[in-house]
Ligand binder design. Structure first.
Ligand SMILES: NC(=O)c1ccc[n+]([C@@H]2O[C@H](COP(=O)([O-])OP(=O)(O)OC[C@H]3O[C@@H](n4cnc5c(N)ncnc54)[C@H](OP(=O)(O)O)[C@@H]3O)[C@@H](O)[C@H]2O)c1
Length: 282
């Protein structure tokens, strides 16, 4: 029998738990999302973040800059946010226009406020297996695996897609949890060889139905990160209907990894707040 890994249900459970912790905290947490220009997908993602942040009672600012804003102007604004005690988390919504140095802007964020977990410092801490703010989508994937008690230690975990947002950090998180990790990308040869041997297969490619039923191992776990729009409908990277009967666990799209990503961001704001307070006390 196949179990559907229900990201929405898990998100709701985790949010209820976070709400309890926030009540105990008795302080309002602050989150700022910086957006440059008018990217349509970014508008949708920011709205999702705003909705959940407000539900949790966070002080939320959506700071919009015109598309001609310079790298320096953005860094100046981030410096200002870094100095504010009531701001716990800062996000720069990607993509930024081409003339902006995205890396410089991202790394201007104080690592204790980097709730996307994308600064060099937080990547370095992840590499060393140290406590830090970890990227939200991979963290959501680990939480799904843990919730359903899917063994990570010793598992053959195969990730397709090596983005800095998903594949690379996830490969480290799974390695830190003692999985044997294979990270595949567009130059990898004979992809099926690896996917057919995967106890846990994570697809983060961005291609509708890239993973077919003859590419997966019987009774394995399938995590579908892909979000592909086709004729107004959402599809994952996995051919869900045909893969489903073959495997033990599978995430749906929508309703799998996506909802967990937004939750992890809100939880990172809470973690960021506590980490910063701890550091300031020292
Ligand atoms: N659910 C969520 O919360 C969430 C969060 C983030 C992203 N996503 C979705 O996840 C998907 C991936 O996004 P991303 O930002 O992680 O990655 P990305 O930057 O879009 O890159 C895609 C990755 O897939 C690899 N790839 C492309 N074609 C391939 C092929 N034929 N065989 C093997 N590998 C191939 C690329 O290899 P190269 O490196 O060699 O180019 C690259 O590493 C997208 O659909 C995105 O919308 C969902």
């Amino acid at each position: 029998m196949t179990t559907i890994l229900d990201g929405k249900k898990l998100r709701d459970k985790k949010i209820a738990f976070l709400e309890e912790k926030l009540l105990e905290l008795k302080e309002q947490l602050g989150l700022v999302v910086i957006q440059v220009g008018e990217d349509e997908a970014s508008n949708v993602y920011v709205k999702q973040k705003e909705k959940l942040a407000k539900k949790l009672g966070y002080y939320f600012i959506h700071k919009k800059f015109p598309k001609e804003t310079t790298t320096e102007e953005l860094i100046n604004y981030i410096d200002y946010l870094n100095s504010l005690d009531n701001i716990d988390g800062i996000i720069v919504q990607m993509p930024l226009p081409d003339h902006i140095d995205s890396s410089m802007v991202q790394n201007a964020i104080n690592s204790y406020k980097d709730v996307d977990g994308l600064t060099y410092i937080n990547h370095g801490k992840l590499l060393h297996g140290e406590e830090s703010l970890y990227p939200c989508t991979p963290k959501g994937i680990i939480d799904i695996l843990d919730e359903y008690e899917i063994p990570i230690e010793g598992a053959n975990a195969v990730i397709i897609g090596r983005s800095i947002l998903v594949g690379k950090p996830l490969s480290l998180m799974l390695t830190n949890r003692n999985a044997t990790v294979t990270l595949l990308h567009s130059k990898s040869k004979n992809i099926e060889y690896y996917t057919k041997n995967a106890d846990i297969l994570i697809a983060a490619v961005g291609k509708k139905h890239f993973i077919k039923e003859d590419m997966v191992k019987n009774k394995s776990t399938i995590i579908d990160v892909g979000i592909n729009r086709d004729n107004g409908k959402l599809y994952g990277d996995v051919d869900y209907e045909n893969v489903y009967p073959k495997v033990n666990y599978i995430t749906p799209v929508p309703g799998g990894v996506g909802p967990m990503t937004v939750y992890e961001l809100m939880n990172n704001v809470y973690i960021a707040h506590n980490m910063r307070k701890k550091v300031l006390k020292k």
